[in-house]
Design a binder for this molecule. Sequence first.
Ligand code: DGP
Length: 114
Amino acid sequence: MEDTIFDKILAGEIPADTVFENDHVIAFRDISPQAPEHVLVVPRNRMTSIAEAPDHDPAVLGHFLQGIALTAERLGLEEGGYRVVFNTGRDAQQTVAYIHAHILGGRKLQWPPG
Ligand code: DGP
């Protein structure tokens, strides 16, 4: 499988504005922010999208979920709230073939999304 831009960020080959990391995830600011806070959380264990989750150890998925919550906490978003988005596949316009959770916050978010 060819390396994606997120493999390169995880390997330290290209820079990123990292806001949180632990043994399981790295979280960095999106290059094209759609909200005052827009951070991507990426697990160190590669998978292409959430559609592959049934093939992975639930413990790995749990650590990923915890990493998302810990990142939002680090950003100070718990009180105001935030949205977590997994763009998955073509119709959702997933552009990077490495699973990532978008955390969006810092403003009132519209619902339903487009
Ligand atoms: P998507 O695959 O559509 O869920 O979104 C991928 C996101 O990744 C998009 O919001 C822009 C962001 N992105 C793409 N390349 C880079 C990069 O090199 N650095 C950072 N920080 N973000 C990137």
